[in-house]
Design a binder for this molecule. Sequence first.
Ligand code: AMP
Ligand code: MG
Length: 341
Amino acid sequence: METRLLLPTKENIEIVGKALYSGELAAVPTETVYGLAANALSGSAVKAVFEAKGRPMDNPLIVHISDFEQIERFKLVSEIPEKAYRLAEKFWPGPLTIIMPKGSAIPDEVSAGLQTVAIRFPSHPVTQAVITAAGCPLAAPSANTSGAPSPTAAHHVMHDMSGKIPYVIDGGTCEVGVESTVITVAEEVPMLLRPGGITLEQLEETIGKVRVSEAVLYKMKDGQKAESPGMKYKHYAPKANLILIKSSDEKYIEYVNSHAGGDVGALCYDEDVEKLFVRTFPYGGKNDYIKQAERLFDSLRAIDETELKTVYGRCPGTKGTAMAVYNRLIRAAGFEVIELA
Ligand code: AMP
Ligand code: MG
């Protein structure tokens, strides 16, 4: 199959919208990462998404809307909990996914057989226009091969999906750079299942106490139930062995330089670059968590373009947006962290 890379003109958005409605796939830019979209009301269209990505069928998809009233109109949920209204009012359109009790129109492929469904109203004008042109909600996981870093630019999508899907819309680079924050309000106390551009602190300011799923920050134990199925899978890992270093600035520089060699690299902060004697992949300023989130996946993909064997990454903190960066990096590193006193 030839993959057409299209600019987001009005005409192209109409073409892609029609194709999506009739069951074809298209990758579209969003404010978080690029999504691989399909008609969310069609089980067979959604199945093709799993096939193109090589995604395990038990990992449910997020349903994207371009208007709040579509939730009821398309029977996406059986009930909108009161906390969902408050979150939607504050953070939609935007990088927040809300899990609610599933409605009758949701195919089993979308929810992976769960009784709940994940809904997001994205803010990116192109995503909104594509959903509106399609005339149906769109199920869209990240447009990468399952397990690879999520795509934040059209060339990342082409790298993974060229020849597998008919359309990719090029909307430039993604502003947030990490996937949406996922919260469930389908239980008594809401729970954060995946950190993202909307922080735990912002969520708690809006709806009070939010629990954090253990799998957000810690490796899941054998037999532990995944509150969000996606968290049990290996993810984001580059080919090189990525090891996180938790230490002061000086100790990190000293450690990496003492291990310098041709096949060693550093996934570091911008400030570290000039002090390191190895190939560097800076992913943002030390205290600029928003920039780190935006650049992280591009840096991980850049490491994959090399033959490096070992990459030492700086281990971020877990407050604010840093929690989202930490959550992705700890998985990319297979939870391997060296702590230097
Ligand atoms: P992706 O679209 O690739 O960012 O993946 C969507 C994420 O949302 C995965 O981690 C899923 O496990 C999670 N997710 C989607 N639907 C549900 C649900 N009903 N309950 C819990 N987690 C969900
Ligand atoms: Mg994904």
